[in-house]
Design a protein around this ligand. Structure first.
Ligand SMILES: Nc1nc2c(ncn2[C@@H]2O[C@H](COP(=O)(O)OP(=O)(O)OP(=O)(O)O)[C@@H](O)[C@H]2O)c(=O)[nH]1
Ligand SMILES: [Mg+2]
Length: 441
Protein backbone atom coordinates (compact mmCIF):
# COMPACT_ATOMS: atom_id res chain seq x y z
CA UNK A 1 0.00 0.00 0.00
CA UNK A 2 1.26 3.46 -0.88
CA UNK A 3 1.54 5.47 2.33
CA UNK A 4 2.54 8.81 0.90
CA UNK A 5 -0.48 9.86 -1.15
CA UNK A 6 -3.77 11.30 0.10
CA UNK A 7 -6.65 8.94 0.78
CA UNK A 8 -10.30 9.45 1.65
CA UNK A 9 -13.29 7.36 2.71
CA UNK A 10 -16.44 7.60 4.80
CA UNK A 11 -15.45 6.93 8.42
CA UNK A 12 -19.03 6.42 9.61
CA UNK A 13 -21.56 3.86 8.42
CA UNK A 14 -23.53 5.19 5.48
CA UNK A 15 -27.21 5.55 6.31
CA UNK A 16 -27.01 7.41 9.61
CA UNK A 17 -28.04 11.02 10.18
CA UNK A 18 -24.51 12.28 9.56
CA UNK A 19 -21.67 10.99 7.39
CA UNK A 20 -18.10 11.61 8.49
CA UNK A 21 -15.61 11.64 5.65
CA UNK A 22 -11.95 11.36 6.50
CA UNK A 23 -9.18 12.66 4.23
CA UNK A 24 -5.60 11.79 5.22
CA UNK A 25 -2.25 12.51 3.61
CA UNK A 26 0.00 15.38 2.55
CA UNK A 27 -2.71 17.04 0.42
CA UNK A 28 -5.52 16.64 2.93
CA UNK A 29 -5.71 20.35 3.68
CA UNK A 30 -5.59 21.38 0.03
CA UNK A 31 -8.25 18.85 -0.97
CA UNK A 32 -10.39 19.65 2.09
CA UNK A 33 -10.39 23.33 1.20
CA UNK A 34 -11.14 22.56 -2.44
CA UNK A 35 -14.42 20.83 -1.57
CA UNK A 36 -15.44 22.57 1.64
CA UNK A 37 -15.72 26.33 2.11
CA UNK A 38 -16.33 28.40 5.19
CA UNK A 39 -15.84 32.05 6.14
CA UNK A 40 -12.12 31.35 6.18
CA UNK A 41 -10.38 28.22 4.89
CA UNK A 42 -9.15 25.42 7.13
CA UNK A 43 -5.54 26.00 8.14
CA UNK A 44 -3.03 26.47 10.91
CA UNK A 45 -5.20 29.01 12.74
CA UNK A 46 -7.97 26.48 13.35
CA UNK A 47 -6.20 23.17 14.06
CA UNK A 48 -8.62 20.76 15.80
CA UNK A 49 -11.40 23.32 15.70
CA UNK A 50 -14.70 22.34 14.17
CA UNK A 51 -15.80 24.93 11.62
CA UNK A 52 -19.21 25.37 10.02
CA UNK A 53 -19.24 25.85 6.26
CA UNK A 54 -20.62 24.19 3.15
CA UNK A 55 -20.05 21.64 0.47
CA UNK A 56 -21.77 23.22 -2.51
CA UNK A 57 -24.87 24.71 -0.95
CA UNK A 58 -25.26 22.12 1.79
CA UNK A 59 -24.07 22.82 5.35
CA UNK A 60 -21.06 20.78 6.49
CA UNK A 61 -18.73 20.85 9.48
CA UNK A 62 -15.00 20.41 8.97
CA UNK A 63 -11.98 19.96 11.19
CA UNK A 64 -8.27 19.99 10.38
CA UNK A 65 -5.83 17.84 12.37
CA UNK A 66 -2.24 18.67 11.65
CA UNK A 67 0.40 15.95 11.32
CA UNK A 68 1.55 14.20 13.41
CA UNK A 69 -1.25 14.89 15.90
CA UNK A 70 -3.96 12.91 14.08
CA UNK A 71 -5.24 9.35 14.02
CA UNK A 72 -3.03 8.35 11.11
CA UNK A 73 -0.14 10.67 11.93
CA UNK A 74 -0.69 12.46 8.58
CA UNK A 75 -2.46 15.73 7.93
CA UNK A 76 -6.14 14.87 8.30
CA UNK A 77 -9.33 16.70 7.43
CA UNK A 78 -12.67 15.29 8.55
CA UNK A 79 -15.89 16.58 7.10
CA UNK A 80 -19.34 15.95 8.54
CA UNK A 81 -22.07 16.22 5.96
CA UNK A 82 -25.66 15.03 5.56
CA UNK A 83 -26.13 11.33 6.14
CA UNK A 84 -27.33 8.96 3.48
CA UNK A 85 -25.59 7.37 0.55
CA UNK A 86 -26.37 10.15 -1.94
CA UNK A 87 -24.87 12.97 0.17
CA UNK A 88 -21.76 10.94 0.98
CA UNK A 89 -21.39 9.94 -2.65
CA UNK A 90 -21.57 13.56 -3.88
CA UNK A 91 -19.00 14.73 -1.34
CA UNK A 92 -16.68 11.82 -2.03
CA UNK A 93 -16.80 12.31 -5.78
CA UNK A 94 -15.68 15.92 -5.29
CA UNK A 95 -12.90 14.79 -2.94
CA UNK A 96 -11.66 12.20 -5.41
CA UNK A 97 -11.71 14.61 -8.32
CA UNK A 98 -9.73 17.05 -6.17
CA UNK A 99 -6.94 14.46 -5.99
CA UNK A 100 -7.60 11.98 -3.18
CA UNK A 101 -7.61 8.23 -3.71
CA UNK A 102 -10.28 5.96 -2.20
CA UNK A 103 -8.86 4.39 0.98
CA UNK A 104 -8.62 0.60 1.17
CA UNK A 105 -10.24 -1.19 4.14
CA UNK A 106 -8.13 -0.50 7.25
CA UNK A 107 -5.83 1.88 5.42
CA UNK A 108 -6.16 4.74 7.93
CA UNK A 109 -5.17 2.38 10.75
CA UNK A 110 -2.41 0.92 8.57
CA UNK A 111 -0.95 4.41 8.20
CA UNK A 112 -1.23 4.88 11.92
CA UNK A 113 0.86 1.70 12.33
CA UNK A 114 3.39 2.76 9.68
CA UNK A 115 3.70 6.19 11.32
CA UNK A 116 4.43 4.57 14.69
CA UNK A 117 1.20 5.70 16.35
CA UNK A 118 -0.01 2.17 17.04
CA UNK A 119 1.77 -1.16 17.30
CA UNK A 120 0.26 -4.17 15.55
CA UNK A 121 -1.63 -5.40 18.61
CA UNK A 122 -3.18 -1.96 18.98
CA UNK A 123 -4.15 -1.91 15.31
CA UNK A 124 -5.86 -5.27 15.83
CA UNK A 125 -7.62 -3.84 18.87
CA UNK A 126 -9.23 -1.17 16.67
CA UNK A 127 -10.93 -3.90 14.63
CA UNK A 128 -11.82 -5.82 17.80
CA UNK A 129 -13.37 -2.74 19.35
CA UNK A 130 -15.68 -2.30 16.39
CA UNK A 131 -16.68 -5.95 16.22
CA UNK A 132 -16.98 -6.50 20.01
CA UNK A 133 -20.35 -8.13 20.64
CA UNK A 134 -20.24 -8.15 24.42
CA UNK A 135 -18.95 -5.79 27.06
CA UNK A 136 -16.15 -8.18 28.05
CA UNK A 137 -14.85 -8.22 24.47
CA UNK A 138 -15.11 -4.44 24.36
CA UNK A 139 -13.11 -4.01 27.58
CA UNK A 140 -10.51 -6.47 26.34
CA UNK A 141 -10.11 -4.56 23.07
CA UNK A 142 -9.95 -1.21 24.90
CA UNK A 143 -7.12 -2.48 27.11
CA UNK A 144 -5.26 -3.80 24.11
CA UNK A 145 -5.71 -0.48 22.32
CA UNK A 146 -4.22 1.16 25.41
CA UNK A 147 -1.04 -0.79 24.63
CA UNK A 148 -0.90 -3.26 27.54
CA UNK A 149 -0.32 -6.32 25.35
CA UNK A 150 2.12 -4.54 23.04
CA UNK A 151 4.21 -3.48 26.02
CA UNK A 152 4.43 -7.04 27.37
CA UNK A 153 5.39 -8.42 23.98
CA UNK A 154 8.03 -5.76 23.48
CA UNK A 155 9.54 -6.57 26.87
CA UNK A 156 9.64 -10.23 25.88
CA UNK A 157 11.21 -9.36 22.55
CA UNK A 158 13.95 -7.49 24.35
CA UNK A 159 14.63 -10.30 26.82
CA UNK A 160 14.99 -12.82 23.97
CA UNK A 161 17.39 -10.52 22.14
CA UNK A 162 19.39 -9.95 25.30
CA UNK A 163 19.66 -13.69 25.85
CA UNK A 164 20.79 -14.14 22.26
CA UNK A 165 23.54 -11.55 22.74
CA UNK A 166 24.62 -13.36 25.87
CA UNK A 167 24.89 -16.66 24.03
CA UNK A 168 26.85 -14.98 21.24
CA UNK A 169 29.21 -13.34 23.74
CA UNK A 170 30.09 -16.76 25.10
CA UNK A 171 31.07 -17.75 21.56
CA UNK A 172 33.10 -14.63 20.94
CA UNK A 173 35.04 -14.85 24.17
CA UNK A 174 35.24 -18.57 24.91
CA UNK A 175 38.45 -18.43 26.88
CA UNK A 176 37.86 -15.26 28.74
CA UNK A 177 36.58 -15.21 32.24
CA UNK A 178 33.78 -12.77 31.61
CA UNK A 179 31.36 -12.38 34.43
CA UNK A 180 28.69 -14.66 32.93
CA UNK A 181 25.72 -15.81 34.90
CA UNK A 182 25.99 -19.58 34.91
CA UNK A 183 22.41 -19.92 33.73
CA UNK A 184 20.76 -16.59 32.95
CA UNK A 185 17.64 -16.14 35.08
CA UNK A 186 16.06 -14.41 32.05
CA UNK A 187 15.50 -17.83 30.47
CA UNK A 188 13.02 -18.81 33.15
CA UNK A 189 11.59 -15.31 33.36
CA UNK A 190 10.83 -15.27 29.62
CA UNK A 191 9.40 -18.77 29.78
CA UNK A 192 7.09 -17.89 32.68
CA UNK A 193 5.95 -14.74 30.92
CA UNK A 194 5.17 -16.67 27.74
CA UNK A 195 3.26 -19.34 29.61
CA UNK A 196 1.21 -16.72 31.45
CA UNK A 197 0.37 -15.00 28.17
CA UNK A 198 -0.49 -18.24 26.41
CA UNK A 199 -2.82 -19.14 29.28
CA UNK A 200 -4.96 -16.09 28.44
CA UNK A 201 -5.76 -17.44 24.99
CA UNK A 202 -8.73 -19.55 25.97
CA UNK A 203 -10.42 -16.93 28.10
CA UNK A 204 -9.94 -14.22 25.51
CA UNK A 205 -11.34 -16.49 22.82
CA UNK A 206 -14.49 -17.03 24.87
CA UNK A 207 -14.86 -13.32 25.54
CA UNK A 208 -14.26 -12.34 21.93
CA UNK A 209 -16.01 -15.13 20.07
CA UNK A 210 -18.43 -16.33 22.71
CA UNK A 211 -19.47 -19.82 23.65
CA UNK A 212 -21.97 -22.24 22.16
CA UNK A 213 -24.63 -23.34 24.62
CA UNK A 214 -27.14 -26.02 23.67
CA UNK A 215 -30.55 -26.54 25.26
CA UNK A 216 -31.38 -30.23 25.35
CA UNK A 217 -33.86 -32.52 27.05
CA UNK A 218 -37.02 -34.53 26.52
CA UNK A 219 -39.91 -33.10 24.50
CA UNK A 220 -41.93 -30.54 26.48
CA UNK A 221 -39.18 -30.01 29.07
CA UNK A 222 -39.34 -26.29 28.25
CA UNK A 223 -36.22 -25.84 26.07
CA UNK A 224 -37.84 -23.41 23.65
CA UNK A 225 -39.42 -21.52 26.56
CA UNK A 226 -35.98 -21.14 28.13
CA UNK A 227 -34.47 -20.05 24.79
CA UNK A 228 -37.10 -17.32 24.53
CA UNK A 229 -36.60 -16.31 28.15
CA UNK A 230 -32.81 -15.99 27.72
CA UNK A 231 -33.21 -13.99 24.51
CA UNK A 232 -35.92 -11.72 25.87
CA UNK A 233 -38.12 -12.29 22.81
CA UNK A 234 -40.07 -15.13 21.24
CA UNK A 235 -37.65 -16.78 18.83
CA UNK A 236 -38.95 -20.37 18.94
CA UNK A 237 -42.47 -21.78 18.87
CA UNK A 238 -43.66 -23.02 22.27
CA UNK A 239 -46.60 -25.36 22.67
CA UNK A 240 -47.78 -28.11 24.97
CA UNK A 241 -47.57 -30.63 22.14
CA UNK A 242 -44.47 -32.79 22.67
CA UNK A 243 -42.18 -32.61 19.62
CA UNK A 244 -42.93 -28.98 18.72
CA UNK A 245 -39.32 -28.19 17.84
CA UNK A 246 -38.15 -30.54 15.10
CA UNK A 247 -35.00 -28.80 13.91
CA UNK A 248 -32.31 -26.87 15.75
CA UNK A 249 -33.05 -23.17 16.34
CA UNK A 250 -30.01 -20.89 16.62
CA UNK A 251 -29.81 -17.43 18.17
CA UNK A 252 -27.13 -15.03 19.35
CA UNK A 253 -27.28 -13.10 22.58
CA UNK A 254 -25.09 -11.63 25.29
CA UNK A 255 -25.43 -13.09 28.79
CA UNK A 256 -23.58 -11.35 31.61
CA UNK A 257 -21.20 -9.60 29.13
CA UNK A 258 -20.46 -12.88 27.37
CA UNK A 259 -21.47 -13.45 23.72
CA UNK A 260 -23.46 -16.67 23.63
CA UNK A 261 -24.62 -18.72 20.68
CA UNK A 262 -27.74 -20.53 21.87
CA UNK A 263 -29.03 -23.67 20.17
CA UNK A 264 -32.53 -24.94 20.94
CA UNK A 265 -33.00 -28.56 19.90
CA UNK A 266 -35.65 -31.14 19.12
CA UNK A 267 -36.71 -33.08 22.24
CA UNK A 268 -34.85 -36.36 22.74
CA UNK A 269 -37.10 -39.39 22.36
CA UNK A 270 -37.47 -42.62 20.43
CA UNK A 271 -39.67 -41.94 17.44
CA UNK A 272 -40.87 -43.63 14.27
CA UNK A 273 -41.34 -40.31 12.47
CA UNK A 274 -38.44 -40.08 10.00
CA UNK A 275 -38.34 -36.24 10.12
CA UNK A 276 -38.33 -36.12 13.89
CA UNK A 277 -35.64 -38.81 13.90
CA UNK A 278 -33.41 -36.53 11.83
CA UNK A 279 -34.16 -33.70 14.27
CA UNK A 280 -33.18 -35.83 17.25
CA UNK A 281 -29.94 -36.78 15.50
CA UNK A 282 -29.23 -33.06 15.08
CA UNK A 283 -29.84 -32.59 18.80
CA UNK A 284 -27.15 -35.16 19.60
CA UNK A 285 -24.78 -33.54 17.09
CA UNK A 286 -25.35 -30.13 18.69
CA UNK A 287 -24.66 -31.52 22.16
CA UNK A 288 -21.39 -32.96 20.90
CA UNK A 289 -20.33 -29.61 19.42
CA UNK A 290 -21.44 -27.28 22.20
CA UNK A 291 -19.16 -25.96 24.90
CA UNK A 292 -21.93 -26.18 27.50
CA UNK A 293 -25.14 -28.24 27.54
CA UNK A 294 -28.11 -27.04 29.55
CA UNK A 295 -30.04 -30.25 30.05
CA UNK A 296 -33.66 -29.49 30.91
CA UNK A 297 -35.66 -31.83 33.13
CA UNK A 298 -39.34 -31.34 33.88
CA UNK A 299 -39.52 -31.02 37.67
CA UNK A 300 -43.32 -31.31 37.53
CA UNK A 301 -43.29 -34.66 35.74
CA UNK A 302 -44.80 -37.38 37.95
CA UNK A 303 -42.38 -39.81 36.31
CA UNK A 304 -39.02 -38.32 37.30
CA UNK A 305 -37.25 -41.58 36.41
CA UNK A 306 -37.97 -40.96 32.72
CA UNK A 307 -36.38 -37.49 32.98
CA UNK A 308 -33.28 -39.01 34.62
CA UNK A 309 -33.14 -41.75 31.99
CA UNK A 310 -33.05 -39.11 29.23
CA UNK A 311 -30.32 -37.25 31.10
CA UNK A 312 -28.25 -40.42 31.36
CA UNK A 313 -28.56 -40.93 27.62
CA UNK A 314 -26.27 -38.04 26.79
CA UNK A 315 -22.59 -37.76 27.40
CA UNK A 316 -21.54 -34.12 27.46
CA UNK A 317 -18.49 -33.06 29.39
CA UNK A 318 -19.83 -29.65 30.38
CA UNK A 319 -23.42 -30.12 31.41
CA UNK A 320 -25.69 -28.26 33.79
CA UNK A 321 -28.92 -29.95 34.85
CA UNK A 322 -31.78 -27.48 34.70
CA UNK A 323 -34.88 -28.55 36.62
CA UNK A 324 -37.59 -26.54 34.87
CA UNK A 325 -41.25 -25.83 35.72
CA UNK A 326 -40.31 -25.36 39.34
CA UNK A 327 -43.40 -23.12 39.66
CA UNK A 328 -45.42 -26.36 39.45
CA UNK A 329 -43.17 -28.27 41.88
CA UNK A 330 -42.03 -25.68 44.42
CA UNK A 331 -41.19 -27.83 47.43
CA UNK A 332 -40.59 -31.07 45.58
CA UNK A 333 -37.45 -32.93 46.52
CA UNK A 334 -35.53 -33.73 43.34
CA UNK A 335 -32.98 -36.49 42.86
CA UNK A 336 -29.28 -35.58 42.95
CA UNK A 337 -27.40 -35.65 39.66
CA UNK A 338 -23.68 -36.03 38.95
CA UNK A 339 -23.34 -32.43 37.71
CA UNK A 340 -24.28 -28.92 38.85
CA UNK A 341 -28.05 -28.50 38.99
CA UNK A 342 -30.32 -25.47 39.18
CA UNK A 343 -34.06 -25.05 39.66
CA UNK A 344 -35.82 -22.62 37.35
CA UNK A 345 -39.11 -21.68 35.83
CA UNK A 346 -38.82 -20.60 32.22
CA UNK A 347 -42.38 -19.26 32.57
CA UNK A 348 -41.92 -17.02 35.62
CA UNK A 349 -38.17 -16.35 35.27
CA UNK A 350 -37.39 -17.74 38.73
CA UNK A 351 -33.89 -19.16 39.04
CA UNK A 352 -32.55 -17.61 35.81
CA UNK A 353 -29.86 -15.65 37.68
CA UNK A 354 -28.72 -18.85 39.40
CA UNK A 355 -28.64 -20.54 35.99
CA UNK A 356 -26.40 -17.76 34.63
CA UNK A 357 -24.15 -18.08 37.70
CA UNK A 358 -23.78 -21.79 36.99
CA UNK A 359 -23.12 -21.11 33.29
CA UNK A 360 -20.31 -18.65 34.04
CA UNK A 361 -18.89 -21.03 36.60
CA UNK A 362 -18.75 -23.72 33.90
CA UNK A 363 -17.22 -21.43 31.29
CA UNK A 364 -14.75 -19.42 33.39
CA UNK A 365 -14.58 -21.31 36.69
CA UNK A 366 -15.97 -18.23 38.44
CA UNK A 367 -19.31 -16.47 38.64
CA UNK A 368 -18.12 -13.13 37.40
CA UNK A 369 -16.39 -12.25 34.16
CA UNK A 370 -12.94 -10.95 35.05
CA UNK A 371 -11.51 -9.25 32.03
CA UNK A 372 -7.73 -9.80 32.04
CA UNK A 373 -5.32 -6.90 31.56
CA UNK A 374 -3.83 -8.58 28.54
CA UNK A 375 -5.10 -11.47 26.46
CA UNK A 376 -3.78 -13.03 23.30
CA UNK A 377 -5.80 -13.36 20.14
CA UNK A 378 -5.35 -16.32 17.79
CA UNK A 379 -2.65 -14.66 15.66
CA UNK A 380 -0.45 -13.61 18.56
CA UNK A 381 -1.02 -16.90 20.37
CA UNK A 382 0.18 -18.89 17.36
CA UNK A 383 3.33 -16.80 17.07
CA UNK A 384 4.01 -16.91 20.78
CA UNK A 385 3.54 -20.69 20.89
CA UNK A 386 6.19 -21.01 18.16
CA UNK A 387 8.44 -18.64 20.02
CA UNK A 388 8.07 -20.68 23.18
CA UNK A 389 9.14 -23.77 21.23
CA UNK A 390 12.29 -21.89 20.20
CA UNK A 391 12.92 -20.75 23.75
CA UNK A 392 12.57 -24.30 25.10
CA UNK A 393 15.02 -25.50 22.47
CA UNK A 394 17.40 -22.63 23.28
CA UNK A 395 17.36 -23.54 26.96
CA UNK A 396 18.21 -27.17 26.13
CA UNK A 397 21.04 -26.09 23.79
CA UNK A 398 22.38 -23.69 26.36
CA UNK A 399 22.48 -26.38 29.02
CA UNK A 400 24.48 -28.55 26.60
CA UNK A 401 26.93 -25.71 26.03
CA UNK A 402 25.82 -25.31 22.40
CA UNK A 403 25.72 -21.54 22.53
CA UNK A 404 25.65 -20.98 18.79
CA UNK A 405 22.56 -23.13 18.32
CA UNK A 406 20.96 -21.54 21.37
CA UNK A 407 21.56 -18.09 19.86
CA UNK A 408 19.95 -19.21 16.60
CA UNK A 409 16.85 -20.49 18.38
CA UNK A 410 16.59 -17.22 20.30
CA UNK A 411 16.87 -15.19 17.10
CA UNK A 412 13.98 -17.13 15.56
CA UNK A 413 12.00 -16.89 18.80
CA UNK A 414 12.51 -13.13 19.01
CA UNK A 415 11.40 -12.77 15.41
CA UNK A 416 8.07 -14.49 16.19
CA UNK A 417 7.41 -12.09 19.05
CA UNK A 418 8.51 -9.19 16.84
CA UNK A 419 5.97 -10.28 14.23
CA UNK A 420 3.24 -10.39 16.88
CA UNK A 421 3.81 -6.81 17.99
CA UNK A 422 4.85 -5.43 14.61
CA UNK A 423 8.48 -4.81 15.52
CA UNK A 424 9.39 -7.21 12.73
CA UNK A 425 7.40 -6.53 9.59
CA UNK A 426 6.18 -9.22 7.24
CA UNK A 427 3.75 -8.36 4.41
CA UNK A 428 1.75 -11.58 4.94
CA UNK A 429 1.25 -10.80 8.61
CA UNK A 430 0.17 -7.23 7.85
CA UNK A 431 -2.21 -8.55 5.24
CA UNK A 432 -3.69 -10.97 7.78
CA UNK A 433 -4.23 -8.18 10.31
CA UNK A 434 -5.64 -5.50 8.03
CA UNK A 435 -7.81 -7.88 6.01
CA UNK A 436 -10.29 -7.88 8.90
CA UNK A 437 -10.92 -4.16 8.75
CA UNK A 438 -13.83 -2.31 7.26
CA UNK A 439 -13.43 0.63 4.92
CA UNK A 440 -12.95 3.99 6.63
CA UNK A 441 -11.04 2.62 9.65
N1 LIG B 1 -45.70 -24.04 34.26
C1 LIG B 1 -44.67 -24.00 33.43
N2 LIG B 1 -44.82 -24.39 32.15
C2 LIG B 1 -43.75 -24.35 31.35
C3 LIG B 1 -42.48 -23.93 31.79
N3 LIG B 1 -41.63 -24.02 30.77
C4 LIG B 1 -42.33 -24.45 29.71
N4 LIG B 1 -43.62 -24.66 30.05
C5 LIG B 1 -44.70 -25.16 29.21
O1 LIG B 1 -44.34 -26.46 28.75
C6 LIG B 1 -44.81 -26.67 27.42
C7 LIG B 1 -43.63 -27.07 26.54
O2 LIG B 1 -42.75 -25.98 26.43
P1 LIG B 1 -41.70 -25.86 25.27
O3 LIG B 1 -40.83 -24.71 25.60
O4 LIG B 1 -42.37 -25.84 23.95
O5 LIG B 1 -40.92 -27.21 25.47
P2 LIG B 1 -39.77 -27.84 24.56
O6 LIG B 1 -38.82 -28.51 25.48
O7 LIG B 1 -39.21 -26.84 23.64
O8 LIG B 1 -40.56 -28.94 23.79
P3 LIG B 1 -40.25 -29.63 22.35
O9 LIG B 1 -39.99 -28.54 21.38
O10 LIG B 1 -41.53 -30.37 22.05
O11 LIG B 1 -39.12 -30.55 22.53
C8 LIG B 1 -45.46 -25.36 27.01
O12 LIG B 1 -46.84 -25.49 27.20
C9 LIG B 1 -44.90 -24.35 27.94
O13 LIG B 1 -45.74 -23.27 28.18
C10 LIG B 1 -42.36 -23.54 33.16
O14 LIG B 1 -41.30 -23.15 33.66
N5 LIG B 1 -43.48 -23.61 33.92
MG1 LIG C 1 -39.12 -26.71 21.63
Amino acid sequence: MNTTDTIAAPASAIGGAITVIRIAGPDALKIGNAVWSGKTPLGNDCVRLMKLGRIDLEPALAVYMKAPASYTGDDVVEIQCHGGAAAADRALRKIFSAGARCAEPGEFTFRSFVNGKLDLTQAEAVADLISASGDAAFQLAARQLGGALGKELLALYEILNRLRSECEARLDFPDETLDFEEYPADFDRAKAQMEALLATREISDKMRNGVEVVLAGKPNAGKSSLLNRLLGYNRAIVSDIPGTTRDTVDAETVLRQLPVHLVDTAGLRETADPIEKLGVQRSFDSIKRAQVTLFLLDASNCDLASEIAAFEQISAPKVIAVWNKIDLAKDRELPALPCPAVRISATTGDGIEELLDALLEKVFGSRSVNVPEVALNARCAALLAQSKGNLDAAIARFRDGEFELAAEELAVGARQVGLAVGKTVDPDVLDEVFRNFCIGK
